[in-house]
Design a binder for this molecule. Structure first.
Ligand code: FAD
Ligand code: UDP
Length: 401
């Protein structure tokens, strides 16, 4: 990585806006696969986007500034690609949830069902019970998150573990949320305790930041931190490639209105105890607890044997994002979808600009999906651009489901 040297922006072969995992992957490919120069502009004071991790100076514990980030994927390509820059630990994520003072496994599994109904059940008995309770709504007819959840797990489990948490997390009535959000959360009729079932899972052995450092370690990549793209737009040379991974509505100066986003507030504490909660993430299902979950970062790396008798925790609070906040999760109500379609049509008219990533595509994506999208955008848009196809339709790769 070249440290800031104030080379004219127009001198670079490409400009990448945003040093998140999308922008960094594209920059790495442009530099190393094409041998071209790239300037990555990042508004924040660090690279890595929302996956950024750092060491807490007081305790020596690595924490994820924007909440716990667990890497998991089913893609051989993505796994192979990232393994060029880091090894991964064998961490497997588990989550527990607190409801009315009791602790249950999450996602809902046979253990959750038995504990909640206070009865030892076989998988078949639990299935039969949930089948009866979920008859209220047919899954195929479910039009929103609440109906979908009830159709999958029945009303009692929905009201205990999903309703309050979802309301807190999305600040929207679950009846106004798309059904798809809840299908990310499996229901298991076994005691399988792990959150993800992907083929590959783990955390970068030396942390996300070390992985990103390796990805941008090229004399052809310059990263400019604390640099917002928008005031610099006039410095873009005609015909210069811009890969934009900031918010799409911001790119167009919100001219059609703002897309709905949620942001998060984190309350960090360094506590003088060895272990605060005995696990890395504890969800809080009830609406009368203001936060959605507590992260305790030392549990993400049990292999490290952190020596300090301290621990770092984060309480996570969710709220609507204003234009001044960092947008984290697209809310994606029906109006949002309509508005996004209009912005996308505008994006198609922008020659030489590729939109991508979570913010550029107004889409909730896990890290592995973002890497897959970046690699595919590189192949389908960036390589052809330099092969002589000088202008193209702007929109990034769609992986909407
Ligand atoms: P970002 O990481 O948001 O990066 C975009 C970057 O662009 C930002 O750094 C931003 O500052 C910069 N930028 C924006 N506008 C401008 C501008 N005008 N000029 C310059 N720079 C600009 N995924 C998982 O796989 N596993 C998890 O466990 C997981 N947990 C998550 C937990 C939370 C709380 C959140 C919010 C997300 C989680 N994710 C997880 C998703 C993951 O964070 C995203 O997939 C990933 O960060 C998206 O990368 P990106 O590069 O598209 O966007
Ligand atoms: N969810 C819930 N209770 C939980 C965990 C998740 O209701 O204890 C719901 C919530 O609506 C959330 C969705 O399931 O948005 C998907 O969960 P996931 O953990 O993927 O959410 P993320 O934190 O990644 O948004």
């Amino acid at each position: 990585m070249i440290e800031i040297n104030h080379t004219e922006l127009s001198a670079f072969d490409a400009i990448v806006v945003g040093a998140g995992i999308f922008g960094i992957t594209i920059a790495e490919q442009i530099a190393n696969e094409l041998g071209r120069s790239v300037c990555v502009l990042e508004r924040r004071s660090h690279f890595g986007g929302n996956c950024f991790s750092e060491i807490d100076a007081d305790s020596g514990i690595e924490f994820h500034r924007y909440g716990s980030h667990l890497f998991h994927t089913n893609s051989d390509d993505v796994w192979r690609y990232l393994n060029r820059f880091t090894t991964f630990t064998n961490y497997r994520h588990r989550v527990l949830t607190v409801h009315r003072g009791e602790v249950y496994p999450m996602p809902i599994n046979l253990g959750t069902i038995c504990a909640f109904f206070r009865k030892h059940m076989s998988p078949a008995e639990a299935r039969a019970l949930i089948e009866t309770q979920s008859r209220e709504v047919a899954t195929s007819a479910a039009r929103n998150l609440e109906e979908k959840a009830i159709s999958l797990i029945g009303r009692p489990l929905y009201e205990a573990f999903i309703k309050g948490y979802t309301k807190k997390q999305w600040q929207v009535d679950p009846r106004e949320l798309p059904a798809g959000i809840i299908t990310r959360l499996p229901v298991r009729f076994t005691f399988e305790p792990y959150y993800f079932a992907d083929r590959y899972e783990g955390l970068p052995t030396d942390g996300y930041t070390a992985m990103f450092k390796k990805m941008i370690d090229s004399p052809r990549i310059e990263v400019r931190l604390n640099t917002d793209f928008h005031p610099l737009r006039k410095a873009v040379r005609p015909g210069q490639l811009v890969v934009y991974s900031g918010p799409i509505d911001r790119y167009f100066d919100y001219r059609l209105g703002s897309l709905g986003w949620r942001t998060l507030d984190f309350e960090k504490q360094v506590l003088p105890v060895d272990d605060y909660q005995g696990t890395s993430v504890m969800n809080y299902a009830d609406e009368d607890v203001a936060y959605t979950r507590i992260h305790e970062f030392k549990h993400l790396h049990p292999e490290r044997n952190y020596s300090s008798h301290k621990t770092v925790i984060y309480r996570e609070f969710s709220r609507f994002a204003s234009q001044a906040d960092d947008p984290y999760y697209p809310i994606n109500t029906a109006e949002d979808k309509e508005l996004y379609a209009k912005y996308r049509a505008l994006a198609e008219g922008e020659a030489n600009v590729v939109f991508g990533g979570r913010l550029g595509g107004y889409q909730y994506l896990d890290m592995d999906q973002v890497v897959a999208a970046a690699l595919s955008t590189f192949r389908k848009k960036v390589q052809p651009f330099y092969a002589g196809v000088r202008t193209f339709k702007a929109a990034g790769d769609e992986i909407r489901s």
